[in-house]
Design a protein around this ligand. Structure first.
Ligand code: PMP
Length: 449
């Protein structure tokens, strides 16, 4: 155990962790990061197969983002964004709005993903108040959705492990079944399954439109809820139905935005413009906390009035639109332009699909599912009838430990193992990542029955 590990365990309380687990597997202090690799104090290297909680796009310690931050540091580190402004915040908003689906024309900054979701929920609710529809107070969500851990964001999430303890504190959304295509019947296409699943959403919207502010979804992939994927047709139908019923559509692109699903934003694949688009994580290339909510002129104008009408959106976070974070965001957008990352991601996604073929037909794995640079597979006790392993056995966690020993950082969601690597990963590193996962899977399913 290194000195840093001892000191860590004496003072830190780690996120999303049962700290007792550290009695047998202490946290790993990282000395440096380079590209897809993290290095600890013993010189062990770990391939960051999950982009450090899905934030890192172009690798750790990228020279271009480093240089941009150093320049910014000598100019302005931060300034209050109320009453004041700065070049990186303005330029980043201009560029994001130019890249986002047409019709989004305003950028409201926050400083982390959950905060962006809070902003979108409050803005939607407040919009309806301002336009004289005070009965609209509820939200529609999907089962297995995830939107963050603060109370509002947690309210509209549906991952029992994170939510149920706090249920007495939370809003009560209307929850509709996820279009999760892992549930497809044999021979059913993702598009067919997603269309079928939409019927429940359509009925729910028709029934509750008068009291509903917005539907919130993670476009194409429900990430933290188990990498559950669906077809873009669900989003197209949802956009139409929201329009028909006068309900907002909030696209939480915090995890899927910035090239992860094959397009810069996942909503593009359905050709839709959400009323609110939440962005964070990859927004700064994984460097600094920043988030924003993009919205329409219609929403903006509903808040724009004489002060005494008390219509303003009086929401703020101290680090809103931090200058260093915005500068990292600009450098990240430059990298998309300069490196042709979206086209390269397509090649990498094809390579990942081919590499994952070795996981197909394993008796204790579900089918491999993939959207862009996210591939996932579930450990199952019985593949044919999709029986899960008892969660108490923590097979996913055992796989995590095995893979770490081989120098790959996976962080399964329960028993769902997935790959979500930085875009600078090389084909041979994809092969290594999948090879190590396959070995870990073999080990943790060996004594399966
Ligand atoms: N929405 C989605 C879709 C997410 O995946 C996450 C984080 N995993 C969040 C919101 C919350 O973001 P943050 O962790 O920055 O609060």
């Amino acid at each position: 155990m290194t000195d840093w590990t001892r000191r860590d365990l004496a003072v830190l309380w780690h996120p999303c962790t049962q700290m007792q687990d550290h009695e047998t597997l202490p946290p790993i202090p990282i000395r440096r990061g380079q590209g897809v690799w993290l290095e600890d104090y013993n010189g062990h290297r770990y391939l960051d197969a999950i982009s450090s909680w899905w934030v890192n796009l172009f690798g750790h310690s990228h020279p271009a983002i480093n240089a941009a931050l150093k320049t910014q540091l000598d100019t302005l580190e931060h300034v209050i964004l109320a009453g004041f402004s700065h070049e990186p915040a303005i330029r980043l908003a201009e560029r994001l709005l130019a890249l986002a689906p047409a019709g989004l024309s305003r950028c409201f900054y926050a400083d982390n993903g959950s905060a962006a979701v809070e902003v979108a929920l409050k803005m939607s609710f407040h919009y309806w108040q301002n336009v004289g529809k005070p009965d609209k107070t509820r939200f529609i969500t999907l089962t297995h959705g995830y939107h963050g851990e603060t109370l509002g964001a947690l309210s509209v999430s549906d991952v029992a492990l994170y939510r149920s303890t706090y249920a007495p504190l939370l809003l009560t959304p209307i929850t509709v079944d996820s279009p999760d295509c892992a549930r497809c019947e044999p021979g059913e296409s993702w598009a067919e399954h997603s269309r079928e699943a939409f019927k429940q959403m359509a009925a729910t919207l028709a029934q509750h439109a008068d009291t509903v502010c917005a539907v919130i979804v993670e476009p194409l992939v429900q990430c933290a809820g188990g990498m559950r994927m669906y077809d873009p047709v669900y989003l197209s139908l949802l956009r139409e139905a929201c329009d028909a019923h006068g309900v907002h559509l909030i696209a939480d692109e915090i995890a899927v935005g910035f090239g992860r699903t094959g397009t810069l934003f996942a909503s593009e694949q359905a050709g839709i413009r959400p009323d609110f688009m939440c962005l964070s994580k990859g927004l700064t290339g994984g460097y600094l906390p920043l988030a924003c909510v993009l919205t329409t002129e219609t929403v903006y104008q509903a808040f724009y009035a004489d002060y005494t009408r008390l219509r303003a959106f009086l929401h703020s976070h101290s680090y809103t639109g931090n200058a260093l974070a915005c500068r990292a965001g600009l450098a990240t957008l430059d990298l998309f332009e300069e490196t042709g990352a979206l086209a390269r991601n397509q090649t990498l996604a094809d390579h990942l699909r081919a590499a994952c073929r070795r996981l197909e037909a394993h008796p204790h794995l579900s089918e491999v599912r993939q959207t862009g640079l996210i591939a996932a597979v579930e450990l199952l006790q019985n593949r044919s009838n999709r029986t899960p392993y008892p969660w108490q056995e923590r097979r996913g966690y055992q796989a995590y430990r095995k893979a770490l020993e081989q120098g790959v950082l996976l962080r399964p969601l329960g028993n769902v193992l997935y790959f979500m690597p930085p875009y600078v990963i090389r084909p041979e590193e994809i092969d290594l990542m999948v090879e190590v996962a396959a070995q870990a899977i073999a080990q943790v399913t060996a004594c399966a029955d």
